[in-house]
Design a binder for this molecule. Sequence first.
Ligand code: SF4
Ligand code: SF4
Length: 222
Amino acid sequence: MITGEQKPIDEIRDMISRYKDVLVLGCGTCVAECAAGGEKETAALASALRMANKMEGRDITIKERTLDRQCVKEFIIQLDDVIGQFDSILSLACGAGVQSVAEMFPEIPVIPGLNTTFLGETRDQGIWVENCRGCGDCVLYYFGGVCPITRCLKQIMNGPCGGSKEGRCEVNLEVPCAWQLIIERLERFDAIDRLEEVYPPKDWSKKQGQGPRKIIREDQQK
Ligand code: SF4
Ligand code: SF4
């Protein structure tokens, strides 16, 4: 999933300060899972903004709504009937959601309320960890299911750097050494021979340098 964190409230208040009718728009998918922009967080932020405005005597109407997904047209059109009531949207979706809503409603400013952070997993309650950089050419098979690009701090593709200490990365001892994990897992699966190959440097052209990436699936088109 895509993770994000809510921006500081002062930054949010500053960005919406010139508007009078603000829709705080949550997203019920990834950012709900990471407790940053789901229904609950949207209600809490809208209420905090209303309270702050009241205390300062500012005349701004704040309403709230949460879509199941802000990055899918079919859900965004649910705003068609209400969009005319607002002069701005404060979106608590990831950057993709913010831009999707802005594209659907080009006449209204859409302001980001979150800092989109990374692709990751919910490791435990209240703990989210990055484990994929969306490189466009997944090599997890060769590395026992541990991504050296995301989890090795030097992004080494051909064996450990030799600096790990008791299974921790020498760059940051809080992080387990990805290569220690790779080797342990490949040994467990009797697949250590996969490391006999020399892996070329990552081809980043699959991730960047050619503009926004696109996936087109004709079998999914109506
Ligand atoms: S190899 Fe690429 S696609 Fe696979 S987990 Fe790592 S960054 Fe993500
Ligand atoms: S200690 Fe391990 S994770 Fe850290 S840079 Fe070296 S090989 Fe990568």
